[in-house]
Design a protein around this ligand. Sequence first.
Ligand code: 5RP
Length: 267
Amino acid sequence: MDWGLQNRMSRIVRPEDGRTVMLAVDHGYFLGPTHRLENPRATIAPLLPFADAIMLTRGVLRTSVDPGTDKPMVLRVSGGTSVLQEDLSHETITTSVKEALRLNAVAVALSIFVGARHEHESIVNLSHLVNEAEEYGIPVLSVTAVGKELEKRDARYLSLACRIAAEHGARLVKTYYCDSFHKVAESCPVPLIIAGGPKLETEFDALQMTHDALEEGAIGVDMGRNIWQSDFPVPMIRAIRAIVHEKATVKEAAGILGEAKAKGSKR
Ligand code: 5RP
């Protein structure tokens, strides 16, 4: 790995423990003003100090993040379809590598849609992005997206999708947690991080999922809704951090959240 690429990777995945807590706030690129992300600046600002890296679009980066920040930015560079379409797989590369460099991004991110109508285009998009981004030492994070078909999230499907992402040159793969997640992790030769998916019934469930994913081979999370749709987003990201970076048990992490709730503290 070239020095530049290695250096960018080390800004996302902390070299001390090989783990990461990424905060995902890119949802607006196809969902529009998602619940509790209506005002991105207001959502991001209090969470920024607790994230290792932020995943977002250029529009939100330019308008809603202070350029004085030293947090590494992972730029979503795919899009082209809205939630109004039944099939969300019709994406293309929407933001150039030049723009990513101009914005000082540490990585670029793109979704692939394995098994969907536009599977071919999305995988070819990934390959083209890897070809170009790696020329400049920029790692590509590939998201194994499932569109509206959330039921696709099982070990057989996710193993296929993650392996395809890695084979095409992604340096980091973002996928979903599922039963037998260890099978997905074991067959993917690059580090895996998990999305949270739609908000789970309880915060405890999201903490448990994070814990289990790490136990089974993930190196961290790139989580959005299960953090910022919580009534206590800062304590929630602190609890997630405790699991990822401090090897906290689910009970210990839930304690961080419980304490904040008991005090009515949003910190
Ligand atoms: C959409 C994405 C989102 O960033 C991803 O889903 C993470 O957010 P959440 O934890 O809310 O699922 O990549 O394709």
